[in-house]
Design a protein around this ligand. Sequence first.
Ligand code: CMP
Length: 141
Amino acid sequence: MEEVERTLLMIKPDAVQRGLIGEIISRIEQKGLKIIALRMMSVDEQTAGRLYAEHVHKPFFSSLVDFIMSGLIVVMVIEGRNAVSVVRGMVGATDPSKAAPNTIRGNFGFSITQNIAHASDSLESAKREISIFFGESELIE
Ligand code: CMP
């Protein structure tokens, strides 16, 4: 079923540091998706813990949290038809060495921890992740 959805896209510290913000936003715009909220910020430990709560018992949890706190990130809410799967597809596989060519991770990443960007993996995750970063009143109608 095709529906207008909202999803969260996060540009991670490695991509911000490498000057890839414009490139990534440009892809979203060129695809025709709508950005309805956008912020550059740093992540504190509490926010990192909420964001990655499902990974708390994984061996890579602490490196994940350290990395996301290591520099500025850009978070945005994207709206469009089937936005969750469309943006996920544009970001590419979690492991950039396996991500398809012409995806964001496929083109720009190589490390599984420092993997350029994150996109929500389901509508449920999108709702949860959006609420970590944005209040309802910050989403442009
Ligand atoms: P992200 O989409 O932000 O969601 C969780 C992150 O955990 C993922 O990107 C990767 O950066 C990281 N991750 C997932 N699996 C592994 C792994 N096997 N080793 C290290 N990091 C991982």
